[in-house]
Design a protein. Structure first.
Lengths: 463, 1014
């Protein structure tokens, strides 16, 4: 059955975490069918083509950046960091929701995470991959990137461990590794399911290799559970630590607008905020086009809306405190920085960000709006725009007018700035399109577990 | 903008006119007939050197590359050749060259005909760096932007490299033959058709040769024309004294100075010396020190004006009225003065008069070249009345070998040419096709000359119109001599054999006399040997040989300074007034602070140099005062058409605080069409509105907006003025709020010597997370910059370019905020928009002890030395730019692209071999000239001595005309820098950040007249 050509018309929205009436077999069918169906759907192919087009833009942009130098971007002195670091922080932030959902909520035993954790985790990995390109690409001499790693060098040189950029290297690489392992571990039982259900020999062999010999024995399951818990335990602190370290890139510096102790919690909240926005951005169309309303239910959307509202309020609090402290501190540089943010040449970006992150998402207080998928989708885009602008405003307004007025300058992005950013969107969506086609985008075994629990609950009630 | 098409006048385009111009030369019948196919084939046949210089479709960098490739072989083969004659090293005299150890030779740069004493660093025969000559009276070790940048001109790949005959590559030997034929006719008539045009000539040897030429060709004429020469000053002296004299000022004795439209610290032949004397006379070492007082009345902000204790912006045309009013106050019969302009109150004039009168013999009135001759004469009368003659003003014989009214000289030449009397014209080192006054139809008349020869560094606008073009030897390739500002003579000795076989004026003049192979060295030496017989130039008993060697070694000839001349202004001097229009708009034309009269337009260091005040690069603009801009509805970057008596020029507007109302200033020297790849098509050419009657100030101007915009690129003050604002923009406001510039009056300082510590400097020793490091090594480097001395002349920036192999990035990249200058002159304005005080502040790496750049570098590419230097390890840098982001002073510079020119071979020998040429993706910044420190340390280690104070000079310090920069050992309490830092005026920028900068500043002091309020 081609899910895209499925002619079911009646969508039954449900308030449960899974629509009633599902059995082990039906959930397995629904998820594996999305992968094993042939031929590929036209809409999927069109989407992939678009993403590949953007990926080509990335290739072109990076090719130019690596050949000519970062001078093709709009950065300068004083604004040494521009879109690249903005994008880096943005993508890293987006990744956070996946880890939060898969690890943190697992430990919290939140059942509703089940049907969204797989693609959210995939989103994390792809987002981190996109993020990871920027620190590399933004270097003046990117071919020497390995100098940031502590490798044994005959000259006895080491990275300079006081620099937050070195911490970044550790934080991001750890994050990517742990996320990848956690994600793949979770995939194993489902890959085995795909292997078992595949009709073609070749596909069987590929999934067979990928599933690493998973047979579903009790000892496999027992070790799987332990490993999952351990990895969740490892991942959970990363939700907090990675973006804290990323925020150190700014707080460690002495630039007004960067040098602030509020940044770590503020960045973590912002990361989860934008990450959940991205999950919604992905989930709502997926749910619609693959008819996953049974699995990604109104309850999920409602919960995610609430998480966004909560983290958005933390972010809002941070903005207010940041402004308050700038004036309360009596520090003229901070005060000027804040005034300049609000009234200077980049005031438009600042007020747009305030609208996107503070004002717009307040509609989520209302349950009706939280349960309106397309409104949520719109809000999620607004929040992601706002979070991107937030990083832009922090970086640019901090740098472009700092201490010595004679060196004040402006940052104007060039076409290569935009192309690099759009290009990473291409990379992200290319990976994501491939993912939804070749991997089960919802964790089948966890859904079966959920069905089991629901049936158990139902039995308990009927007694 | 003018010449946006960038099309050059060249032979091909002039071809069709050949029919109409009867006397015009032609190469073939086809050309004569204007055959179209021929024109096409001609254009295809001679692309090299002609179409290449046509910038259409080529950007500067590509052009430099192409030019460099063609220039490369010639440059490489010649660059290690030593001049055949004996030259005498200045500082050391080794047995032979020691690789890695530079030698220094004294020489002099003729600039506007007058010498500037230099000491040139030579690495294995390659001159790499120009310094002032400490023993030279006109330099005392300082050098200006023109001297510093001249070394780049030497290696400029766009320099003319071969003789051209009718646009074809030719040879010097062919020229000798061709010229010989031309001279045959001239010999017959006694040279009746022979004319020689040069710039201002002060060289005694050259004058002697010229005399000899003129005696051989008695009917020939020698004309001089220096486009930015001192025409009015010369005529002013004649008006006052009935003869030409040279005026020398003694700022070391001047306590009260009145400057009338004068940029005496920048634009005069003696500027370097004047600036030094002025700064020394105002140097404050403690509350007991005294300062001179400077009043400046000027139309255009000048660095002299920025030093003034009272500056009055005033239309140049109105300044005469004020000068007459002051003169009347001094008791002179000052003629019928126009009423005082409203900007100047009678009280102010009276106060100035009282101040001058109470300093008889120690006051000084100086007048700028822009003012008419009558004002110069008036100043002579005032100085005489104040008893300054012989004290602060000294007169000598004119510097010029043959002082003359040069504008008239050029006019005479052109009228001779026009009437067909001129058959052979030698244009030596001038470019009149570009810079002749607009009402002197030089180009039209030139075509009537049968045989025209051009000698020049570049195949320029004039070369294009001449039959022959001969490459000229750069002064660093030439033997010669030149008079300095005070009349003494310096020998110009070459550092290198001519890279492209260039010829000197002396050689061409020798050729006129039929001597084809005489060496200029022998001519100069011979002249002085001959002179030493008759004159007392040489100490008794010494041989000429030792006199000659001493002179070469010292850089000037002992005993050649002319004695002071006793002259008295005639009684009616003060009454002679010029008829100046005192109504409406005026346009002031001035030599450009970077490219001067346009001859330096192809020098990229100068082009990229931020002009004083405006911080403009790669352009010239019409400077307009904020009030006038508001009245005329002009905004920055509006293109304005100026019309004066049917002549017009279009230029973009820059609104500049401090510019006088109703006065528009446009700098000369731009809009070149054949300057080279750097200078072609840059800016607006102001010569088309410059007339011989009004070479500097044009009145009766109408200015109208064309509706066009021209993008201006500045390195600071990106949005200098908000149109609606009446205050100077927030950049400057913040600079004062943040204590970056600290200023007090001398009176305040005497009362409260620690005013510069206000607000009290907190946390100079605030706690730090890291363990404190005590700088206990023998050396601990630091720098002190005296804002009271810095005049903002930019010389340090160019010196830094040369010393540290700094790249030029071009207009677009400067616009992107990527200029690479390691040291910059920040200018902040304070006060009223139309008459603000302007303050210069040098900004360079402060070598913070708690350097914020260091701890954020992920690879440790910027680290601290035990001697307190903040080091940059280029090899280790991966280019994250985090250090620059975290630098509160934003003094780091990043190679966003490959800015270093790795492809132009002729530029390779220019580079300082002791400094790495940086590649793309690497951060760089001021190093306190670490290569000089290391050189001294190695020498001290080897000789087991200690480094003496003053032994190490940074490049910026060495060139600084006013000694504003002092570098040295902070661990030596007796060092100059320690003593300066011990002053109460010493303050560090942003000390409250606890970065502990090693570079500190001495607060600026002003010495206003208490009688003048506001």
């Amino acid at each position: 059955m081609d899910p895209e050509n499925d002619n079911r018309t009646a969508v039954v929205e449900t308030e449960e975490v899974i629509a009633p009436g599902h059995t082990y077999a039906s959930v397995s069918d629904r998820v594996t069918d999305m992968v094993l169906t042939w031929p590929i759907g036209i809409r999927w192919a069109a989407g992939l083509a678009l993403a590949l087009g953007l990926l080509f833009v990335l290739n072109l942009a990076l090719g130019v950046v690596f050949t000519i130098g970062v001078g093709v971007w709009g950065i300068n002195i004083p604004v040494g960091w521009g879109f690249a670091i903005t994008n880096f922080v943005w993508w890293i932030g987006i990744g956070h929701a996946g880890t939060l959902i898969s690890a943190f909520l697992l430990l919290m035993r939140q059942q509703w995470r089940t049907s969204i954790n797989r693609f959210a985790e995939a989103m994390t990995i792809f987002a981190v991959a996109c993020a990871g390109m920027f620190p590399l690409a933004h270097m003046g001499r990117p071919w020497l990137f390995y100098w940031l790693l502590p490798y044994p060098d005959t000259m006895g040189t080491w990275p300079q461990f006081r620099s937050p950029l070195v911490w970044d290297v550790f934080a991001v690489s750890t994050y990517l590794t742990v996320s990848l392992v956690f994600w793949y571990t979770g995939l194993l039982p489902d890959l085995a399911t795909l292997r078992d259900r595949a009709k073609s020999r070749a596909v069987k062999i590929i999934y067979g290799f990928a599933s690493l010999g998973w047979r579903g024995s009790a000892s496999h399951w027992s070790r799987y559970e332990v490993a999952s818990l351990l990895l969740a335990g490892l991942s959970t602190p990363l939700v907090v630590s990675v973006h804290t370290v990323v925020s150190f890139d700014f707080t460690i510096a002495i630039i007004p607008g960067w040098h602030s102790t509020i940044f770590p919690p503020y960045f973590v909240a912002g990361a989860i905020y934008s990450g959940f926005a991205m999950v919604l951005t992905l989930a709502i169309p997926l749910r619609k086009y693959y008819h996953l309303e049974d699995f990604v239910t109104m309850k999920h959307l409602d919960f995610m809306g609430k998480v966004m509202l909560a983290t958005g309020l933390v972010v809002a609090y941070s903005y207010v405190m940041e402004a308050f402290m700038a004036f309360y501190s009596g520090n003229q540089y901070e005060r000027y920085m804040m005034l300049n943010r609000m009234t200077g040449p980049y005031a438009v970006t600042f007020w747009t960000l305030i609208f996107c992150n503070l004002v717009g998402p307040q509609v989520l207080w209302i349950r009706k709006f939280r349960q309106s998928p397309w409104l949520l989708f719109g809000v999620s885009l607004v929040v992601q725009t706002g979070m991107w602008l937030e990083r832009f405003v922090i970086i640019i307004t901090g740098l472009h007018r700092d201490f010595i007025p004679s060196s004040w300058g402006m940052f104007y992005p060039t076409r290569w700035d935009y192309m690099t950013f759009l290009g990473t969107l291409g990379l992200f969506f290319t990976l994501f399109y491939l993912f939804i086609r070749v991997m089960p985008m919802i964790a089948i075994h966890e859904l079966r577990d959920l069905v089991h629990k629901k049936q158990h609950e139902a039995k308990a009630e009927s007694h | 903008m003018t010449d946006s098409k960038g099309n050059n006048l060249n032979l091909v385009q002039l071809g069709p006119q050949a029919d109409s111009a009867r006397d015009r030369f032609w190469r073939s019948l086809d050309e004569r007939a204007g055959n179209e196919a021929y024109q096409k084939s001609l254009a295809q046949e001679f692309p090299a050197g002609r179409s290449l210089k046509n910038p259409a479709g080529l950007n500067r960098r590509d052009l430099l590359k192409l030019m460099g490739a063609s220039a490369g072989l010639a440059g490489l083969t010649a660059c290690t050749k030593l001049p055949p004659e004996k030259i005498v090293p200045y500082v050391r005299q080794p047995e032979e060259f020691v690789p890695g150890i530079p030698l220094f030779y004294a020489t002099a740069m003729p600039f506007g005909g007058v010498g500037r004493g230099l000491l040139v660093e030579s690495h294995l025969g390659r001159p790499t760096k120009v310094e002032g000559n400490p023993g030279h009276p006109g330099s005392l070790g300082g050098a200006d932007v023109f001297g510093q940048a001249s070394v780049l001109t030497l290696y400029d790949p766009d320099r003319s490299q071969v003789p051209y005959h009718l646009g074809h590559v030719s040879a010097w030997e062919e020229f000798i033959a061709d010229f010989g034929n031309a001279l045959v006719n001239e010999r017959a008539t006694g040279g009746a058709g022979l004319r020689i045009l040069t710039g201002t000539i002060t060289s005694p040897t050259l004058a002697d040769q010229m005399k000899s030429v003129l005696s051989r060709f008695p009917s020939a004429r020698w004309h001089q024309y220096e486009p930015c020469g001192r025409h009015n000053a010369r005529e002013g002296a004649r008006l006052a004294f009935g003869q030409y004299v040279n005026t020398v000022y003694r700022f070391d004795k001047a306590d009260v100075i009145l400057s009338l439209d004068s940029d005496v610290f920048f634009a005069e032949p003696g500027s370097l010396r004047y600036a030094r004397d002025f700064a020394n006379h105002r140097r404050v070492s403690g509350p007991d020190s005294s300062m001179s007082r400077l009043y400046a009345i000027e139309s255009t902000p000048s660095i002299t004006g920025s030093q003034a204790d009272h500056r009055i912006p005033l239309r140049s045309s109105d300044i005469e009225a004020v000068a007459r009013s002051v003169a009347a106050g001094l008791g002179l019969q000052a003629g019928n003065a126009a009423p005082l302009p409203k900007e100047v109150s009678a009280d102010v004039v009276a106060a100035i008069v009282r101040d001058l009168q109470s300093h008889k013999g120690s006051s000084l009135v100086v007048v700028g070249e822009q003012q008419p001759a009558a004002v110069h004469a008036l100043a002579h009368a005032m100085n005489h009345a104040l008893g300054n003659t012989g004290q602060t003003v000294i007169f000598t014989e004119p510097l010029e070998a043959s002082a003359t009214d040069e504008i008239k000289s050029l006019k005479d030449l052109v009228s001779d040419m026009d009437s067909g009397h001129v058959h052979t014209l030698l244009i030596l080192g001038s470019n009149p096709a570009y810079n002749a006054p607009a009402d002197v139809p030089f180009v039209a008349a030139l075509n009537k000359v049968d045989f025209r020869v051009h000698l020049g560094l570049y195949s320029d606008e004039t070369a294009d119109l001449c039959h022959w073009h001969i490459p000229e030897a750069h002064y660093l390739e030439s033997w010669g001599d030149v008079r300095n500002y005070d009349g003494s003579v310096s020998i110009v000795q070459p550092l290198i054999a001519p890279l492209y076989g260039g010829k000197t004026l002396l050689e061409v003049l020798a050729l006129v006399q039929g001597q084809a192979s005489v060496s200029p060295h022998d001519m100069v030496r011979g002249y002085w040997q001959q002179q030493s017989g008759g004159r007392s130039a040489q100490p008794a008993g010494a041989s000429f040989e030792s006199f000659w060697e001493t002179s070469l070694n010292n850089g000037w000839l002992e005993g050649t300074a002319p004695p002071a001349k006793q002259v008295t202004p005639s009684a009616d001097t003060a009454a002679k007034s010029s008829a100046q229009d005192v109504q409406g708009l005026e346009v002031v034309l001035r030599p450009d602070p970077s490219v001067w009269d346009g001859s330096l337009a192809n020098n990229a260091w100068l082009m990229e140099l931020p002009r004083p005040f405006s911080k403009l690069t790669w352009d010239n603009t019409l400077l307009v005062s904020p009030a006038t801009a508001a009245r005329l509805g002009l905004q920055r970057e509006d293109v304005v058409k100026l019309q004066i008596e049917g002549r017009e020029v279009e230029a973009p507007v820059m609104v500049l605080p401090g510019q006088a109302a109703n006065s528009l200033t446009l700098h000369l020297g731009y809009g070149r069409t054949r300057a080279g790849g750097v200078g072609n098509g840059v800016g607006a050419n102001a010569y088309p509105i410059r007339t011989s009657d009004a070479p500097w100030i044009a009145t009766g101007v109408t200015a109208s907006k064309t509706g066009g915009k021209h993008h201006l690129v500045t390195t600071q003050n990106h949005h200098l003025i908000d149109q609606k604002s009446t205050k100077v923009e927030e950049e400057s406001e913040n600079a004062f709020d943040r204590g970056l510039v600290r200023v007090g009056t001398l009176a305040d300082y005497k009362q409260r010597p620690d005013f510069a510590q206000d607000p009290p400097e907190e946390s100079t020793e605030a706690p730090s997370m890291y363990f404190p490091y005590h700088y206990t090594q023998a050396n601990s480097w630091g720098m002190s910059i005296d804002l009271n001395s810095c005049i903002g002349c930019n010389a340090c920036i160019v010196a830094c370019y040369a010393e540290n192999n700094i790249s030029v990035v071009g207009k677009d990249e400067v616009d992107n905020g990527r200029d690479m200058q390691w040291i910059r002159v920040d200018t902040y304005f304070r006060g009223d928009l139309d008459n603000p005080e302007a303050y210069h502040e040098l900004m360079l790496c402060q070598h913070c002890e708690n350097a914020p750049c260091e701890y954020v570098c992920p690879v440790g590419a910027t680290v601290h030395s035990p001697e307190g230097l903040n080091l940059m390890v280029y090899n280790r840098c991966v280019g994250t730019r985090y250090c620059s982001n975290n630098c509160p002073y934003k003094v780091r510079r990043f190679n966003f692209k490959l800015y270093s020119d790795w492809d132009t071979p002729s530029l390779f020998p220019l580079r300082n071999p002791d400094v790495t040429v940086r590649s793309r993706g690497v951060m760089e910044k001021c190093t306190y000239c670490v290569q000089r420190i290391m050189e001294a340390k190695i020498a001290a280690d080897r000789d087991e001595t200690v480094i003496a104070d003053g032994q190490i000079q940074t490049a910026c310090q060495q060139t600084c005309p006013t000694e504003a920069i002092v570098f040295g050992n902070l661990n030596d309490p007796e060092s100059k820098v320690s003593k300066r830092k011990a002053q109460t005026r010493d303050y560090g920028l942003l000390r409250d950040l606890n970065v502990r900068p090693r570079t500190t500043y001495l607060a600026r002091l002003r010495n206003p007249n208490p009688e003048i309020k506001g």
